[in-house]
Design a protein around this ligand. Structure first.
Ligand code: AMP
Ligand code: ZN
Length: 452
């Protein structure tokens, strides 16, 4: 027999199914850097009974999601021509595989009109045609973006469905909303929320107010945090432990015997900036420790090149560094980099009122570096130690944090639901700010948007 609790749960689920409607089906393509990725995302909506506003997406299903990464192993980083070749070689096959995963019709289904169906895949089954095509339009390498964009235009023309040119960083910023929909929840976090995008190419603290309205609160003045950690790993790790991704290798090496993290989060900004002696005759300073007039810099900016140079000087000044000392170097460089990351978040919280902090509620942490367990631990303990227990930290699964087409599908879906699609004349954009106040006007500042 069902308990009251189970019955209530059952009723909620029933109500959810009852109000559930089919949303958009999108085929998405991502080719901005060295990952060729294709996805098919199906979404479902329900009427927002509480506010009577337009339907909200309350669940999503990924019908296909595959990524092929260019093999750059013989180069010291991403090689544009290698990446471009990989896109050209792989895109056709990935799209063909994706088409064969579009929903089919069973004998009992009401078959929609011929314009909504297509004979797809090698099995020749009758399938549902996507409602829209989403594709990364920028920012990124122009020729690489063009591979995906041209294929997307072809599909949009052939199937006579809308094209949506997606902003890559907007897609990263909205990823946490995709994850909640994939978990059968209404898309969350609600706006406004903050994101820390920490990857091989970016270090950004962003405030998102709506699908199109984002503000960059801090970005790096020099190298990205992932780049810093990769180069630090090259300095510190012995050859046989230097396995890609180098940031992960550095984490594993540093915390091999310290999985409980003995490090205590600094309780205030003074402690954050203090010189920390290591017992090995060297120390690494906090980035941007010195501002104008000898005061610590409170500029809303990140900087990691000074930390990396300091590390380089320590390593170069020593010969045959023993294992324990190398481990200490690996730990200290991560502590300083991650405290710096969180420090700017705390400075932002300090600059706004308590009610504004309470309104924000969520910080989404994404990008390859977000998979670092010590970073996760340190962010939580630094926020707690400064009284921000109520701030929720959200870490989307790693496969959705690095470049992928699922996030492009989601951003395309949200864009179309907000009433925007792209014209067929759109071109790839190398540099395109996500910030609505930027000179280029941010996401909607680009030419080619059409009101749906
Ligand atoms: P992305 O640019 O988002 O694809 O992320 C790649 C970056 O994330 C590279 O710099 C990696 O070294 C870094 N990365 C991956 N795993 C980790 C980890 N566990 N800790 C720190 N950095 C990592
Ligand atoms: Zn990216």
């Amino acid at each position: 027999m069902l308990s009251c609790k189970d019955l209530r749960k059952h009723c909620v689920e029933l109500r959810r199914c009852y109000t559930r409607r089919r949303g958009l089906l999108t085929l998405a393509i991502e080719t901005s850097c060295d990952d060729t990725s294709v996805a098919i995302l199906d979404t479902f909506t329900n009427a927002d009974l509480a506010t009577n506003r337009k339907d909200v997406i309350n669940s999503a299903r990924l019908l296909f999601h595959k990524t092929v990464t260019a093999d750059n192993s013989i180069h010291k980083g991403i090689h544009p021509v290698t990446a471009l070749k990989s896109h050209r070689v792989n895109i056709g096959d990935l799209v063909q595989q994706a088409i064969s995963c579009l929903p089919t019709f069973s004998f009992n289904d009401r078959i929609p009109s011929a314009t909504k169906t297509l004979w797809g895949g090698q099995d020749g089954q009758l399938r549902r045609k996507p409602d829209v095509i989403s594709v990364t339009r920028g920012p990124g390498m122009r020729s690489n973006l063009a591979v995906g964009l041209d294929v997307a235009k072809g599909l949009s023309l052939a199937w006579n469905i809308p094209l949506i040119g997606v902003h890559h960083m907007q897609a990263h910023a909205l990823t946490a909303r995709l994850i909640s929909a994939l978990n059968n929840e209404d898309s969350k976090p609600a706006f406004p929320f903050l994101s820390l995008l920490v990857s091989g190419g970016h270090t950004l603290l962003i405030k998102s107010m709506s699908v199109f309205n984002h503000v960059i609160l801090a970005s790096t003045a020099d190298i990205a945090i992932g780049d810093c950690l990769d180069k630090a790993a090259r300095y510190i790790l012995p050859e046989d432990e230097l396995i890609a991704p180098f940031g992960k290798a550095l984490e594993d090496y540093a915390f091999k015997e310290d999985s409980n993290y003995e490090h205590v989060a600094p309780q205030n900004r003074m402690q954050e900036l203090e010189v920390r002696h290591t017992g090995y005759g060297w120390h690494l300073n906090a980035p941007m420790r010195e501002g104008r007039g000898g005061r610590s810099s409170e500029r809303m900016e990140y900087s990691f090149s000074g930390l990396l140079s300091a590390l380089g000087r320590v390593v170069d000044s020593r010969q045959d560094i023993p294992y324990k000392e190398r481990q200490a170097l690996a730990r200290h460089v991560q502590i300083r980099a991650f405290e710096h990351l969180c420090g700017r978040l705390l400075l932002y919280f300090k600059s706004i009122s308590k009610s504004e902090v309470d309104q924000l509620q969520t910080v989404v942490v994404s990008g390859g570096v977000a998979s670092n367990h010590f970073l996760r631990h340190l962010l939580r303990s630094m926020l707690d130690s400064r009284g921000y227990h109520q701030i929720r930290l959200v870490f989307p699964p790693v496969e959705f944090c690095t470049d992928n087409a699922a996030m492009i599908a989601w951003a395309g879906t949200e864009t179309y639901r907000e009433g925007k699609m792209s014209g067929l004349s759109i071109e790839p954009i190398k540099e395109w700010s996500i910030d609505s106040n930027a000179e280029d006007g941010g996401i909607l500042g680009a030419p080619g948007w059409i009101d749906v």
